[in-house]
Ligand binder design. Structure first.
Ligand SMILES: Nc1ncnc2c1ncn2[C@@H]1O[C@H](COP(=O)(O)OP(=O)(O)O)[C@@H](O)[C@H]1O
Ligand SMILES: [Mg+2]
Length: 406
């Protein structure tokens, strides 16, 4: 499970799974800091595999700090977040290995080719596994039990399907039919300990409101479950077609702003979006998401809740939005403040930020109006998708925010 000391890890880009991955660089650990060396192709073609901080130049580039386990931020994005890390730790324990003894590079090797986005790592040390029939109800139950500290017989299956996933909630990556013939890759999210029972319908309602507000969202749906509420499923935008992958970097990874600390605010998000994409459309989309998060009380808005996707000419664009739901951030505030305000941002805060980034007063007003109109549809949409237990709380909160905003 551990690489021999000094073994460099090859970093590849696998945009097409029917072909060999393109070598883009290699990585070695030295005194707890990763040293990155881009491949000759990356340098020659000026591929921006990292959008900002590690330019395609010859020589060794040391990770800029230890905040991301000593890795460059864009590579740390390949490692699983809280849920996947829990699975990885439990599986390694079963194999008699303590996760703490592994370096960040060993853990990338464990991710191998199964990570999000399109980066792959060699040599891979991913433990082999078989999955037979998939029983989603059983996996949801076992996920919940694992969060409570129980050992589960479905650990291996969960690890195979969700071991490389991001985010804190239990989730799996699976193929689901989209129409009669085709199947596509989806993320199915289960409930975490502190989630309401109807978290699935709530997230689906938020996705529908976001689309109505003009925000780009992946296709989503509710998968029926035994308990009747259903799970939220989102079609993976980093797997656009069967066998195809897109390279993805989170906001956190791109600017090396750790997600668990309020190191960045919305001003930083908008600035990063312009620096990475150089597209005015992406800037106003980022602004729209901020307005939505404020008015919809989506306060778990940390730096891994936004991502960028690389196009064929290593041009970067803002990825579709994800994980939009009713949520409290640290101490009830937004992770990312707006003009210094995280508790009760108003139209004045939002507008000032928009103006500073060059949006016209008119387009700011139009975006706010559209988001407000979409969120005003909450009661209808909530009913449509079967939100039940959470209705009263969200009704009250949204009404309060709408009244206080102007
Ligand atoms: N539709 C999607 N396509 C591709 N990647 C996604 C999609 N939705 C979420 N992700 C990725 O999965 C991670 C976890 O999903 P998220 O919805 O944020 O879960 P959680 O509620 O646990 O935070 C995200 O940080 C993002 O990297
Ligand atoms: Mg998330």
């Amino acid at each position: 499970m551990k690489l021999a000391p000094g073994t460099p890890l090859q970093v590849g880009l696998a945009l097409d799974e029917t072909e060999l991955a393109t070598p883009v660089g290699r990585l070695a650990m030295s005194d707890g800091l990763a040293q990155l060396e881009w491949s000759a192709d990356t340098i020659e073609n000026r591929w921006r595999i990292d959008p900002l901080l590690y330019p395609p130049e010859p020589g060794l580039q040391a990770a800029r700090g230890r905040a991301f386990d000593g890795l460059p931020g864009f590579l740390a994005d390949s490692l699983p977040d809280a849920w996947g890390r829990l699975l990885m730790k439990r599986r390694l324990e079963k194999l008699g290995i303590r996760m703490e003894t592994l370096t960040a590079i060993d853990r990338l090797a464990l991710v191998g080719t199964s990570g999000r986005g399109a980066l792959v790592y060699e040599p891979t040390t991913t433990p082999a596994d078989d999955v037979d029939a998939i029983d989603l109800d059983a996996l949801a139950e076992q996920s919940y039990a694992l969060l409570l500290g129980d050992e589960g017989s479905l650990l291996d299956t969960l690890a195979l399907l969700g071991g490389a996933s991001g985010g804190a909630r239990p989730k799996i990556h699976i193929g689901l039919p989209v129409d009669d013939a085709a199947s596509a890759e989806w993320i199915v999210k289960f409930r975490a300990i502190h989630d309401p029972v109807d978290i699935g319908p709530v997230e689906e309602a938020y996705a529908r409101m976001a689309r109505a507000a003009g925000i780009a969202m992946a296709e989503s749906r509710i998968i029926p479950s035994k308990d009747g509420y259903g799970w939220f499923a989102s079609r993976r935008f980093d797997r656009p077609f069967p066998g195809r992958r897109l390279h993805m970097v989170s906001l956190a990874g791109a600017i090396e702003a750790p997600p668990d600390m309020p190191t960045i605010d919305y001003d930083g998000f908008l600035r990063a979006t312009m620096a990475i994409t150089r597209h005015a459309d992406d800037l106003s989309e980022a602004f729209r998401r901020m307005v939505f998060n404020v008015l919809a009380y989506n306060r778990d808005d940390h730096s891994r809740q936004h991502s960028y996707l690389m196009g064929p000419d290593s041009d970067w664009r803002l990825a579709p939005a994800y994980d939009l739901t009713f949520s409290a951030g640290p101490g009830g505030e937004h992770y990312m403040a707006i003009e210094g305000e995280g508790r009760a941002p108003t139209r004045a805060h939002v507008s000032a930020l928009g103006r500073r980034h060059g949006l016209s007063a008119r387009s700011i007003a139009e975006i706010i109006d559209m988001v407000r109109a979409a969120i005003a549809e909450w009661p209808r949409i909530a009913k449509e998708v079967g939100v039940h237990a959470s209705r009263t709380e969200i009704d009250g909160r949204l009404a309060h925010i709408a009244a206080a905003f102007d």
